[in-house]
Design a protein around this ligand. Structure first.
Ligand code: 4NP
Length: 152
């Protein structure tokens, strides 16, 4: 099963979501069940490493991020089984590329799987260390529940 995480820049939220997903899948012995990737709807950070603030925060929480920024492309709608957007703005951008109900039904807001609160994963780009930690905590619990949902 191929899963794609999408944010705006592909340097903060979605590379963290991808790294958390891979680490949790590995712990569950499911590394070979899934292929996970991430991308951004914008092209500002294509080819860039993840934001150093995200890397530092993730490392402090025991997660290593390995990713190079890339932009979402229409092909992702056929290549992936599930596409998880970090917020409603990016969800709408992805949906604007869809051409069938089959494609539309693959695209979800990731916090639909958050047991605490639905809505957007807040963009931490102009935020503080606390904002990066909030993103980490949201994605950590959300991806636990996402994995349960995908494996049931
Ligand atoms: P991300 O955060 O979408 O979580 O990667 C952002 C990264 C960069 C920018 C905005 C949000 N930017 O405007 O460059």
């Amino acid at each position: 099963m191929k899963v794609l995480f999408v944010c705006l820049g592909n340097i903060c939220r979605s590379p963290l979501a991808e790294a958390l997903f891979k680490a949790k899948a590995q712990k569950m012995g499911l590394s070979n069940t899934f292929f996970a990737d991430s991308c951004g709807t914008a092209n500002y950070h294509v080819g860039d490493s993840p934001d150093p603030r995200t890397v530092k925060n993730a490392r402090g929480n025991g997660i290593e991020i390995v990713h190079i920024g890339r932009q979402f492309s229409k092909r992702d709608l056929t290549d992936f089984d599930w596409i998880f957007a970090m917020d409603k703005g990016n969800l709408e951008i992805i949906l604007s590329y869809t051409q069938s109900e089959a494609e539309r039904s693959k695209v979800k807001l990731i916090r639909d799987f958050d047991p605490v609160k639905s809505g957007n994963v807040p963009d931490p780009y102009h935020g503080t260390e606390d904002d990066f930690q909030e993103v980490f905590l949201i994605l950590d619990r959300t991806i636990d529940h996402l994995l349960v949902s995908l494996t049931n």
